[in-house]
Design a protein around this ligand. Structure first.
Ligand code: PLP
Length: 455
């Protein structure tokens, strides 16, 4: 019985997806009270090791990037209360409080990619430095700015395939350390992102195809040359663990704000998803810390729901959004990915609460509301998290999730975090266009009504 109903749900879900309708899918495999399974794959110590690496490099980064001096070399973002924005989005009071994890302002990279991309560059540099006798375990990592270290790094290249933001984070960090850096960009990558990289001395290779093809081209080139370290967005564990290091930091921020996370105080986190590495790594980390009390939902564009597609077919060959007739065309360029990462799906698929999809118009409207009601300057991809509370509270699938996990009675004590994943470096003219488009949509009769609770 249960299986038959689940199959029906999945079929219906696929139909809605293929039509490009916004939907929420809740994971039927998520157990009611799962604690993190030990077992194979990465664990808590790997997450903590990634965080420790970022701490070791902090003094060096503070020297290399003046903008990191206030944070003593840590690349972190604040957790912001946004009650007024919550009201504007239609979050009813009984649903708890809305917060923003403000990765849109992450220094150096301007997006969530700072967490994974920079971590992997640092891990590569650290390994090379140990191998070449340039660094000993107790050294001050600032020795890596020495001419000898830079000369060593200069013999290696760091390469990556990207829709833009990953290239920005890796290109900037790699070139700051003295590596040669190459970024393989997809056709949909924004022109300003390419220009910014070239200005930093990074070589940009433009590909006619999509993100997946750019990654494949970079991977193939690196396979020919042992001096190239290819950062593989679809397969890299180092990248994934770098993202997970956000979790212990968020836990400290929640504690500092006096926010509890337990059975009586559930935490909901809404994470914009491309290939699944960033939201997957963060989900992995948060699950290590909070187990069943954190509920992680991924947010994808209606034309690029690759992770949801993957979740609907866990056993089959990894499907692509083109297979169900979608275009992978979206203004949310950071999320324009046709096929999900196997690493992310395999590692956190069982722990994911659900995935929902968002149309571009909604992204722009929420981008505008985020500016108007919270003063946040975000890019379209970063707006995807703001649909989360409404998708959870106002869809049948969302209500069913809350009921199945016994959450309805404690929702007034819930905390919702929309993870804003990028925006700092969007050029002003481009951002003004985003805002205008969002303001126009919000002014439409349907725009406001759909975003506010019925009176
Ligand atoms: C890359 C990116 C994401 C999602 O990260 P994935 O690892 O691709 O899932 C979300 N938002 C922005 C702005 C991004 O650049």
């Amino acid at each position: 019985m249960t299986d038959a109903r689940t199959d029906d749900d999945q079929t219906q879900c696929l139909q809605q997806l293929a039509l490009g309708h916004p939907i929420l899918w809740a994971n039927p495999a998520l157990p009611r009270a799962r604690t993190v399974a030990p077992g194979a794959g990465p664990g808590r110590s790997d997450m903590l090791a990634a965080e420790a690496r970022l701490v070791r490099f902090a003094p060096l980064l503070s020297d290399l990037f003046p903008e990191l001096q206030p944070s003593a070399g840590r690349i972190e973002s604040p957790l912001l209360p946004v009650a007024e924005l919550g009201a504007a989005l239609g979050l009813p009071e009984v649903f708890g409080a809305l917060w923003v994890k403000a990765d849109h302002g992450l220094p150096v990279a301007g997006s969530i990619k700072a967490r994974g991309g920079i971590h992997e560059v640092l891990e590569f540099a650290e390994r090379l430095a140990f191998d070449h006798g340039l660094l000993r375990p107790d050294d001050d990592y600032r020795v890596l700015a020495s001419p000898a270290a830079r000369a060593c790094f200069g013999r290696y290249e760091v390469a990556v395939g990207s829709t833009g933001n990953l290239g920005l984070s890796i290109g900037v960090m790699a070139s700051a350390l003295g590596f040669r850096a190459t970024v393989h960009m997809s056709a949909d990558a924004k022109a300003w992102k390419k220009e910014r990289l070239r200005a930093r001395g990074v070589s940009v290779v433009e590909h006619a195809g999509d993100y997946e093809q750019a990654v494949a081209a970079g991977r193939a080139q690196a396979a020919q040359d042992p001096t190239i370290h290819f950062i593989d967005d679809e397969r890299s564990l180092s990248l994934f663990l770098g993202y997970s290091a956000a979790a212990p930091n968020l836990a400290r921020q929640l504690a500092a704000h006096g926010i509890r996370v337990d059975a009586q105080h559930p935490l909901f986190v809404y994470l914009p998803c491309g290939v699944g590495g960033a939201p997957g790594g963060i989900t992995f980390g948060l699950k290590q810390l909070y187990g069943p009390h954190v509920h992680c939902f991924f947010a994808e564009p209606t034309q690029s729901p690759c992770f949801l597609l993957r979740m609907l077919d866990r056993r089959g060959a990894a499907p692509s959004v083109y297979d169900i007739g979608l275009s992978n065309q979206t203004e949310a360029d950071g999320l324009a990915v046709p096929r999900a990462s196997d690493l992310a799906a395999d590692t956190i698929g069982d722990d994911l609460s659900g995935v929902y999809t968002v149309g571009d118009d909604t992204l722009f409207r929420h981008l505008y509301l985020a500016r108007r009601h919270a003063g946040l300057q975000i890019e379209p991809s970063a707006a995807a998290g703001f649909s989360g509370p409404a998708m959870l509270g106002q869809t049948a699938a969302g209500r069913a999730y809350l009921e199945r996990h016994g959450l309805l009675p404690v929702m007034n004590a819930a905390t919702h975090i929309a993870w804003t994943t990028g925006g700092l470096f969007v050029p002003d003219a481009e951002y003004r266009n985003f805002l205008e488009r969002g303001a126009g949509l919000d002014a439409r009769p349907g725009g406001q009504a759909s975003g506010r609770p019925a009176a």
